[in-house]
Design a protein around this ligand. Structure first.
Ligand code: PMP
Length: 447
């Protein structure tokens, strides 16, 4: 397998040469929070796959839901006038669970096409209202919104832009509300004020009649798990309302109990105009994403001038019945199955574990919301100096963690990301932090 992989499979974000040398780790089985690789090595997954397997691995009831639906009807397109029972029930269930304003659901295969579709709905909405100049989008530095051309343009990663003339001329950014490294300091009110002022200034600079929407993640994920102060999301929503632009919340990572409640919006009393979902929706057992929108947006498109279809594009696998059946069972496990409650109960343990590592010489910051967290490693705590990228510290930590039996995510700027599954127990957390400390010590001891 290692040779076949080396010869044929593309791993898009790892260095070619290091992958050739290292070889692939073939994951074979999973149960709860644990994985086993083809060498029989047991690994505690502290990242839920790619922050998606929120339920943990090996849920037989999800397997049964998929199997039954595959047998009954493996495929039905939602493209024309067709639909399937699980997809329709899932749409209704999501509406029931989401913030009150969100009444309409369009299903996609994942997060990137959910973001891409949201952009199309928004542009069509403003067009239908006769405001076709409203085509500019604002998002945050350190934001991540997927890898479609539109989503990659909204994503603040240079590697996504290089060679592709991105961001697009209608895509703009304001600073991230990054408490650990915010030029205004770490005072919550100052951070909120700075973000609101930056958004106001950007809209003024571009002209409110040209700005369509502001996109943000309630907690920035791939940009380094940046946790804005409580109240930040609400303040941004109010600012968008005041400026007459749509407020879009990308809950691809933060949805489905990742930060505590079903959606991060909920805890902040925020009702966005549109919300994008994926990952925890099917907990990685099948691919699926969704865009949810308010009836005002949907009806605006439907009733406005010129538009007689909501978007005019679709996807072959939109509203896929098997994915929908999986999602319905996953949602049952979050609710009736007690996973959401367990996640909420375990979150203080996770937070304490991360905070306890603030004493470690490498750790400059520990931050989390719910079961989404990070450690930021610094060369000097006082000056918050970053390590020289040439040291490839994050890669070394990823490797050392793997050898110590944990899977974590090492981001740019030496941020270690954690997204334990909602099924973690106290024993799992004890093991995670014991192995993590061992990992950090091993790296510290290396020259
Ligand atoms: N939005 C956010 C906030 C994400 O974190 C991601 C994926 N990490 C995406 C969108 C894109 O989702 P996908 O990889 O399923 O296309």
């Amino acid at each position: 397998l290692v040779t076949l992989d080396r010869n044929h499979l593309v791993h898009p974000v790892v260095n070619y040469r290091s992958h050739e040398q290292r070889g692939v780790t073939v994951l074979e089985t999973g149960s709860g929070a644990y994985l086993r690789d083809s060498n029989g090595h047991e690994l505690l997954d502290a990242f839920s796959g790619l922050w998606c397997v929120n339920t943990g691995y090996g849920h037989e009831s999800i397997v049964r839901a998929a199997e039954e639906q595959m047998r009954r009807l493996p495929y039905a397109t939602g493209y024309f006038h067709f639909g399937s029972e699980p997809a329709i029930k899932l749409a209704a269930k999501l509406v029931e669970l989401s913030p009150a304003s969100l009444q309409r659901v369009y299903f996609t295969m994942g997060g990137s096409d959910a973001v891409d579709s949201a952009i199309r709905f928004i542009v069509n909405y403003w067009n239908a209202l006769g405001k076709s100049e409203k085509k500019h989008f604002i998002t945050l530095e350190r934001g991540y919104h997927g890898s479609s051309s539109q989503g990659a343009g909204l994503t603040a990663l240079p590697v996504f832009h290089r060679n592709f003339d991105l961001p697009l001329p209608n895509q703009h950014r304001i600073p991230s509300p990054y408490p650990y490294r915010n030029p205004v300091g770490s005072d919550p009110a100052a951070i909120i004020d700075a973000s609101v002022s930056a958004l106001r200034d950007k809209v003024q600079e571009l002209g409110a009649d040209r700005v369509a929407a502001f996109f943000c993640e309630p907690v920035q994920g791939s940009g380094g798990v940046i946790v804005p102060p409580k109240g930040w999301l609400k303040a941004m929503q109010e600012c968008c309302q005041e400026l007459g632009i749509l407020f879009v919340v990308d809950e691809v990572i933060t949805g489905f109990g990742r930060t505590g409640p079903m959606f991060a919006c909920e805890a902040e009393g925020v009702t966005p105009d549109l919300m994008t979902l994926a990952k925890g929706l099917t907990a990685g057992y099948a691919p699926m994403g969704a865009v949810m929108m308010s009836d005002a947006v949907y009806q605006g498109i439907a009733e406005g001038s010129g538009a007689d279809v909501p978007v005019g594009h679709g996807h072959t696998y939109s509203a896929h019945p098997v994915s929908a059946a999986v999602a319905l069972e996953v949602l049952r496990l979050y609710g009736e199955g007690g996973l959401l409650n367990n996640g909420i109960e375990q979150a203080p343990r996770f937070e304490e574990g991360l905070r306890s590592l603030l004493d470690h010489p490498l750790v400059g910051d520990a931050r989390s919301r719910g079961l989404l967290g990070a450690l930021e490693l610094v060369a000097d705590k006082e000056g918050k100096t970053r390590f020289d990228p040439a040291l490839k510290l994050a890669d070394r930590i990823f490797e050392a963690a793997y050898h110590n039996g944990i899977i974590l995510r090492a981001f740019a700027d030496n941020v270690l990301g954690f997204a334990p599954a909602l099924c973690y127990t106290g024993t799992d957390f004890a093991l995670l932090f014991e192995r993590l400390e061992r990992t950090l010590n091993a790296v510290l001891d290396q020259p």
